[in-house]
Ligand binder design. Structure first.
Ligand SMILES: [Zn+2]
Length: 159
């Protein structure tokens, strides 16, 4: 299964916000969407760095996909080596992830990540109406002075 970077970042955000990825943090990052507009998304920089590390270790495959509108998106998939390692991970590590990405009613149904109008992401069960919003576009107010961080994603043009 290939994961495009948008839904993948939404999944990483969800797992970070839910406390599964305990060591991750996230920050608003300006992202150029496939519709050609920039908008802020809560992106985990650590998550993005780890994706790069997994790629370098040969555990994650990636490919660039050209879009009909604006540039390219990157898609990711575990390599065979990555899948073998995942299969051997202790259940203590994989269970909280598994719980969040499966339908609460159909325990063995993987939820789909759906993006609506480039504005909202949902986890949605393909078998029932169960869905949950991933508030990746909801930028939280911060009480301290902070600078939004900008990172260059593959489909963001170099200046
Ligand atoms: Zn369901």
């Amino acid at each position: 299964m290939w994961f495009k970077d948008g839904p993948l970042f939404a999944a990483i955000y969800e797992l970070t916000a839910e406390g599964v990825f305990e060591t991750y943090d996230y920050a608003p990052v300006s992202i150029l969407g496939l519709d050609g507009f920039h908008r802020f998304m809560n992106i985990s920089i650590e998550g993005k760095d780890d994706l790069d590390d997994l790629r370098e270790l040969g555990l994650l495959n990636h490919m660039k996909i050209s879009t009909t509108t604006y540039g390219t998106v990157t898609a990711y998939r575990l390599s065979e080596k990555g899948m073998n390692i995942y299969a051997e991970l202790p259940r203590k590590l994989t269970e909280p992830i598994s719980k969040l990405v499966h339908c609460p009613k159909h325990k063995n149904k993987l939820m789909e990540i759906v993006c609506v109008n480039f504005e909202k992401y949902f986890l949605r069960c393909p078998s029932c109406s169960n869905e949950r919003e991933i508030p990746i576009f909801e930028i939280e107010d911060v009480s301290y002075v902070s600078q939004p961080r900008f990172i260059r994603l593959p489909y963001r043009k170099r200046r």
